[in-house]
Design a protein around this ligand. Sequence first.
Ligand SMILES: [Zn+2]
Length: 162
Amino acid sequence: MSRKPSRRTADQVYRVGRSPTGLGLFATAPIAKGAFIVTYCGPRISHAEAKRREARGARYMFELNSRWTIDGSTRTNVARYANHSCRPNAESDIVRGKVILRAIKRIKPGEEITYDYGKEYFNLFLAPSGCRCTTCRKKRDRGRVRRAPHRRVSVVGRVSVA
Ligand SMILES: [Zn+2]
């Protein structure tokens, strides 16, 4: 008897890699629309504690419900590497008390996995220096002088993901 490909969604379909904005999460296999990608994990803390940590520079707080926030700062929380995009291919959702990322369109291997961080985060952290997601960068580039066509520039320099 052949084995059923059960727990297929539990297989890791991503890796952490370099993105134009630092590190990012990239698909290593085709991900179907609607498929679970990864859980955003970390300890549950109170909103008050989350505010304190944010004031000290923490950037990976995810509000779970009216009571708890997940502090996703730990390095084992691979989901934290998923960058924001204004035209994302994934979304965050809360399923049975857990924050997960799920594909909202078909994602091809090698594609960066992104989701919309939401208005609050956007206004607080992204708007001040300009959103650097692919969509926004393209929009800005269109308004500029044309560059050398499709020159790939490697990202050199230190990446800080503290
Ligand atoms: Zn953007």
